[in-house]
Ligand binder design. Sequence first.
Ligand SMILES: NC(=O)c1ccc[n+]([C@@H]2O[C@H](COP(=O)([O-])OP(=O)(O)OC[C@H]3O[C@@H](n4cnc5c(N)ncnc54)[C@H](O)[C@@H]3O)[C@@H](O)[C@H]2O)c1
Length: 360
Amino acid sequence: MSNTTNVSIGIIGAGWVAEHAHLPSFLSMEGVSIGAVYDTELSRAAHLAEQAGARACTSLSEIDQIPLDGVLVCTPNHTHYEIAKYFLQQGIHVLCEKPMTTTAEEAVSLRRIAEVSGAVLLMGFVNRYRDDIRELRSRITSGHIGDVQVCEVIWRRKKGIPRPGSWFTQQKLSGGGVLIDLGSHMIDQMLFLTDAPEPVACLAGLHSRPVQQGGYSNWLGSVESQTVEVEDTAIGMIQFANGMLGRIHVSWQDDVEGDAVEIHLKGNRGSMILRTLFGFSNQGLYKQPSLQFSRAGEDPEWFTFPPKTDVLIEFRRQAQHFVDCIRETKQPYITAGDGERVIRLIQLLYQSAHKGLVAT
Ligand SMILES: NC(=O)c1ccc[n+]([C@@H]2O[C@H](COP(=O)([O-])OP(=O)(O)OC[C@H]3O[C@@H](n4cnc5c(N)ncnc54)[C@H](O)[C@@H]3O)[C@@H](O)[C@H]2O)c1
């Protein structure tokens, strides 16, 4: 496909992330059109299709009539496997929202299907395209802190359960709570930033409280019911085959002053701490991201990033990468294998939360 050929994209699941993050990102690109919007709810499909100048579909047989080069899968977690499989088997490229699937078995199967089909399966770990993460990764690979021996990834929200009572908080539809939701991004960061090998052991714990009232982050939408079946907080320790220790702490509702992401890395030559925030919260703890760098035994230096003015910058970069992969028939920067590794580790952490220490 040449660089000037139009790329036609289908949106599967016309919910929050499709409307507020993916659609504006794809619509801002030259030579890209939205061919179809498919949602099981006609009103949702029609609402987005109108904005996109696309056809609204409510069945797969309808969307099959429309020629598409790629699709974005942004439906509830438990549907990712069947939907991504359906399109990959037809050779249609897929950008799949996190988590890739809700079980490791499905993830292995989906990776194999993508390999056989030759179509691109780009995992939607969108935070990898952020400037602060790129800077952190670049400093690690250029040896600023030496070999990474400890990596702690933390994302804590003050009040941020996504729509309590909705599919996000129903075990069968989401595959879990905050660990599979925010944890998908954070485990991906841990593995990507450190080039971590296979895990050899892990220990995790889950915690839940009744839904806290009031002061909700505006972008999350309404409380659908007070019934939240899944954990709102998860803490886990992971030992990797090279001896590196990982720690994850994610929470949808926690006793913190504001929402924040922190990544702490300790190596044999120094350490780094990134203080930032992922996502769309309006309750951030830090005004702007900052990076603290310490050479072993010396005082720290600080590097401050400009405040983010384009909230969708990482979504635009992700959309551009997906289209480039389609046009140039190249393998994506974030692969199905990456998606599979993340869900395998999340599954181990859930097993540990129920059984105690898990050794692989
Ligand atoms: N990367 C990020 O920052 C980010 C942010 C939010 C959500 N997400 C992910 O995106 C996905 C969607 O999240 P959301 O917040 O947009 O959810 P949502 O509930 O707002 O939207 C989901 C949409 O999918 C539709 N749907 C349900 N089952 C379907 C099916 N079988 N076929 C077609 N459509 C179907 C629903 O009607 C709804 O319109 C989730 O996997 C979530 O984890 C990622």
